[in-house]
Write a protein that binds this ligand. Structure first.
Ligand code: ATP
Ligand code: MG
Length: 341
């Protein structure tokens, strides 16, 4: 950090009280509910939660690719001081791949199988930068080297199916960083890969942040993966953030019963031979989400109040917040103790 620079980096992305709803058979169902978070420039911010929590809806909404029939009914998404929800489709399209890029879970569904690797990387460069074909090819080769793709000048002429899953994901990352985006969103980028390749891709993401200063929003259902790489983590459950803090705070003092459950589910050498813990039940489908704490029906601690009204985000410590009535008690919140007795 430079002399005189504020320790807290300026924010690049701010999600403000975002509510996203799905219109289905004339019903309006909440998919994300009053979700707020800020991501600072240059950090790796993780969003973790089980399948169906709304991680992809959130990340796709940032770049204007949320599913049809889903719309933001409240709140805002602000990138570098500008509301993304107010931007036109055309404006968002211009930003995608340029200022904000995305890497998805399954490279084969994002790469075009009938176009060479080179074509696909060069195309994104030429879409966003005024460079000749020759210059774009040079940039492509440089980016391919950066993401650890071997024999780049040959690989340019190969097709996606000729590559392994790990190499395909490196190509996706090359496409995503080719125009040096300010924000890289990676939605489960390693889920389809085996553990060794997964570790390599995570290492690559760290290198990209270090070398290019890229801010990374990493989405995963695997808290173990998040612990390896993220500076801060938000834990999401049924469309809401239930806990948020630095990785250290979260791992040292997980405060929401859901976070604790996720922690227990992380495989580790000392759990070897024992059956791996999993939280009983599943994330409720959209039409079953009612008021109250969304985790109440799976929580071993829940009391009547948990089903009736939503707890507020409460401070556990500086920059560590949790949304659980039991943390309010732990913090000595007398009002809660009185109202629940
Ligand atoms: N196109 C769609 N139409 C209707 N409902 C959808 C659509 N896409 C997602 N949903 C619903 O929105 C909720 C959030 O889905 P989302 O895909 O964001 O979850 P996720 O956290 O990314 O899960 P996963 O870990 O499986 O990727 C789920 O209840 C899902 O069923
Ligand atoms: Mg998803």
């Amino acid at each position: 950090m430079e002399d005189g620079e504020d320790e807290k980096m300026p924010e690049i992305l701010s999600i403000q009280n975002l509510t996203i709803q799905l219109e289905q058979n004339r019903n309006i169902l909440p998919v994300l509910f009053g979700l707020s978070l800020t991501v600072q420039k240059g950090e790796i911010f993780g969003i973790v939660g089980e399948s169906g929590c709304g991680k992809s809806v959130l990340s796709n909404s940032i770049i204007g690719l949320q599913p049809e029939k889903m719309f933001a009914s409240k709140g805002d998404i602000v990138f570098e001081g500008q509301s993304l929800l107010n931007k036109s489709k055309h404006q968002l399209q211009k930003m995608r791949g340029n200022e904000i890029s995305m890497v998805f879970q399954n490279p084969m569904s994002s790469l075009n199988p009938s176009l060479t690797i080179g074509y696909q990387i060069i195309e994104i460069i030429r879409t966003h930068q005024k460079v000749s074909k020759k210059e774009a090819k040079e940039i492509a080769i440089e980016v391919m080297k950066k993401v650890g793709l071997p024999r780049a000048d040959q690989l340019l002429y190969e097709y996606p199916h000729q590559l392994s899953g790990g190499m395909q994901q490196r190509v996706m990352i090359a496409i995503a960083i080719a125009c040096q985006p300010k924000l890289l969103i990676a939605d489960e980028p390693t889920t389809a890969l085996d553990v060794t390749i997964q570790a390599q891709i995570l290492k690559l993401l760290k290198e990209i942040r270090r070398e290019q200063g890229t801010t990374i929003l990493l989405i995963s259902h695997d808290l173990g993966v998040m612990g390896e790489i993220c500076d801060r983590i938000a834990v999401m459950y049924a469309g809401e953030i239930v806990e948020i803090g630095t990785t250290e705070q979260l791992f040292e003092n997980p405060s929401h019963p859901y976070t604790k459950g996720l922690m227990q589910s992380i495989p580790s050498p000392d759990k070897k031979g024992k059956p791996l813990y999993s939280i009983a039940g599943t994330v409720p489908p959209l039409h079953e989400r009612k008021g109250g704490c969304p985790f109440a029906s799976r929580c071993q601690l829940s009391i009547e109040k948990c089903f009736e009204s939503k707890p507020q985000l409460t401070k556990v410590s500086d920059a560590h917040d949790v949304r659980c009535y039991f943390s309010e008690i732990a913090e000595g919140n007398d009002e809660y103790a009185r109202s629940s007795s």
